[in-house]
Ligand binder design. Structure first.
Ligand SMILES: Cc1cc2nc3c(=O)[nH]c(=O)nc-3n(C[C@H](O)[C@H](O)[C@H](O)COP(=O)(O)O)c2cc1C
Length: 220
């Protein structure tokens, strides 16, 4: 797969089928993941793959609780937008779409054939996330969907106990990705134009170029 196709179409793919991931793909995915840039090449990352149905179900229940907590606090205004916003407003529609997809994941996390946890040193996300993203890109090129999630950090100790982690705070859960074959379609995620995020020479100075629409478009 062309690198731009992988970059442009690797999006949060939360709706997954229960079909298992072929065993032979796992070394490919993790060997690609660990090639990521990491601070001082210290390689301070660990991955833990959960496929056990009972474990996945317990994690789903915890994840559901975490989303409910977030929706009642940090995401309360988004919930308000969904409840009272104009359903014809494209921004409201986008909020509704993301919420629907997030709710589906919270109710069906255990449907994914595998949940991959990533661990790193406290504050070491700058090392784990490039590797996690490599894993997502490699998965995409194999037709597998992923979604980076960090919600379970709200119940970090409960999850780490479940996973048999020692309570020594040496390794910390940085995130979890459900991985599996998508039930939905691949597409290019919506973003504000790139030129709005780029300055030249001084803060706030716009570049001369613009890119209003995605510069790579999906042939599907
Ligand atoms: C650090 C990080 C944490 C995230 N945590 C969650 C999460 O807990 N649950 C979730 O459903 N999505 C999570 N996401 C996915 C984002 O919601 C997603 O990347 C964003 O909505 C853009 O999605 P798109 O690429 O499909 O447009 C997380 C993404 C990142 C980078």
């Amino acid at each position: 797969m062309d690198v731009y196709e992988a970059i442009y179409t690797t999006r949060a793919m939360r709706r997954l089928s229960p079909d298992p991931i072929p065993e032979e793909l796992l070394p490919k995915l993790f060997d690609a993941a660990i090639r990521g840039p990491n601070s001082g090449n210290t390689q301070l990352f660990r991955f833990l793959c959960v496929t056990d149905p009972a474990m996945k179900k317990t994690i789903q229940v915890i994840y559901r609780e975490c989303l409910d907590e977030l929706n009642a606090t940090q995401y309360a205004s988004a919930q308000d937008t969904i409840a009272t916003g104009d359903p014809d407003d494209p921004e409201v529609q986008q909020t509704m779409r993301v919420d629907k997809s997030a709710q589906w994941l919270a109710n069906n996390l255990d449907v994914a054939p595998m949940l991959i946890f990533v661990f790193g040193k406290p504050g070491g996300e700058t090392t784990t996330y490039p590797c996690l993203w490599n894993l997502c890109l490699a998965a995409r090129s194999e037709g597998l969907g992923t979604a980076i999630t960090s919600l379970l950090k709200l119940q970090k100790e409960r999850v780490e106990d479940l996973l048999g982690m020692p309570r020594d705070d040496v390794w910390n859960m940085h995130g979890m990705i459900p991985i599996g074959y998508p039930t939905g379609k691949w597409g290019v995620p919506r973003r504000r134009p790139a030129h709005e995020a780029v300055y030249v020479d001084t803060w706030g100075q716009a570049p001369e170029w613009t890119a209003d629409d995605p510069l790579w478009t999906a042939p599907y």
